[in-house]
Design a protein around this ligand. Structure first.
Ligand SMILES: Nc1ncnc2c1ncn2[C@@H]1O[C@H](COP(=O)(O)OP(=O)(O)OP(=O)(O)O)[C@@H](O)[C@H]1O
Ligand SMILES: [Mg+2]
Length: 245
C-alpha cells in the first residue's frame, strides 16, 4: 500500500468539515464559488482552508489576488495564510509554467499535494475540485473520504445534463452531497431546484449572474461587495448556522 495514503488521513485528521466544490461542467463557477465562499467562511470566524485541486489550470489565487509567499516546510508543507484562509495550490510551485500531467502523473500529483499539506486544525476545508468526471475527480473521491460535495449547476439544458450525470455518479459512489447551488442565474428558472428535488438533495439557492465579478478578481474588498458574495453569505448561514454574520 502507498504510505502516502496514511499521510493523507493524518493531514486531514484535524479538519472538521471538508466541502468539495464540484460541478459537471467546466466554467460553471466552481473556482469562483470555492474562493468567494472561503473568504466569507474565514470572515465569519471559521478556521478556513482552501485547496485548489485544479492541477492544470489553478485559478483561485487569481480570483483572490494571492501571489504572496510559498508554503514553508515544518511537518509537511505549511500553507500560507492570506485573508484569513490557509491556501494550497499547485500554482505555488508552477509560477507561469504549464503542468502537462497525464495518466498516473495526475494521481501522483494529487496524492502528493494531499499527503504533504499540513493543514492543522480547521473548521472547514474548501476544495476546488478538478473539472469534469474524469480520473482526477474520482481520485479525490477515493482519497478524501470525509468530503461533502457542493455541486455547482446552471439552468441551461447543456449544463443540466452534465450536472445530472455528476449527481448520479456521486449518488452511486454513496458520497454525501451538501446540495446543489445554481450559479450565473439570469431571471427565474426552477430547473436546478427541480433537479435537486429529483435527487432528494438540498437546493442551496441561486447566485445571480454578476457583471461586476470579473473586474473584482484579485481585489477581495471588491469581491466582498459583489452580488455573488451576498448570495454566498446566505449559504454560509445555511451550512454553518452558528457562525452566520
Ligand atoms: N455568478 C457569476 N456571475 C458572473 N460571472 C461569473 C459568475 N460565476 C463565475 N463567473 C465567471 O465565469 C468564469 C468561469 O468561472 P470559474 O473559473 O469559477 O469556473 P470553473 O467551473 O472553476 O471553471 P473550470 O472548469 O475551468 O475550472 C469566470 O470568468 C468567472 O469570473
Ligand atoms: Mg476552476
Amino acid at each position: 500500500m502507498d504510505p502516502r495514503l496514511a499521510s493523507i488521513e493524518r493531514q486531514l485528521g484535524p479538519v472538521r468539515r471538508i466541502l468539495a466544490v464540484t460541478g459537471g461542467k467546466g466554467g460553471i463557477g466552481k473556482s469562483s464559488v470555492a474562493s468567494v465562499l472561503s473568504l466569507l467562511l474565514a470572515g465569519a470566524g471559521l478556521r478556513t482552508g482552501l485547496l485548489d485541486l485544479d492541477l492544470t489550470a489553478p485559478s483561485d489565487h487569481v480570483i483572490l489576488g494571492l501571489d504572496g509567499p510559498c508554503p514553508t516546510e515544518e511537518f509537511g508543507l505549511e500553507p500560507p495564510v492570506a485573508h484569513g484562509i490557509r491556501f494550497m495550490t499547485i500554482g505555488h510551485f508552477l509560477g507561469d509554467e504549464p503542468a502537462p500531467l497525464r495518466g498516473a502523473d495526475v494521481s501522483n500529483a494529487l496524492i502528493e499535494l494531499l499527503a504533504v499539506t499540513h493543514w492543522q486544525a480547521l473548521d472547514v476545508l474548501v476544495i476546488d475540485m478538478p473539472p469534469g468526471l474524469g480520473d482526477a475527480s474520482l481520485d479525490v473521491v477515493r482519497l478524501v473520504r470525509r468530503a461533502e460535495y457542493l455541486v455547482v449547476a446552471g439552468s441551461s439544458r447543456v449544463v443540466l445534463e452534465t450536472v445530472r450525470r455528476m449527481l448520479r455518479l456521486l449518488t452511486e459512489l454513496r458520497v454525501p452531497i451538501a446540495g446543489v447551488l445554481e450559479n450565473m442565474a439570469r431571471g427565474r428558472s426552477d430547473a436546478v431546484e427541480h433537479l435537486a428535488r429529483q435527487f432528494a438533495v438540498p437546493f442551496l439557492g441561486a447566485v445571480p449572474f454578476d457583471v461586476s465579478l470579473e473586474d473584482a478578481h484579485g481585489d477581495v474588498g471588491r469581491i466582498e461587495r459583489t452580488a455573488m458574495a451576498a448570495a454566498l453569505q446566505q449559504l454560509v448561514g445555511r451550512l454553518f448556522p452558528r457562525h452566520s454574520a
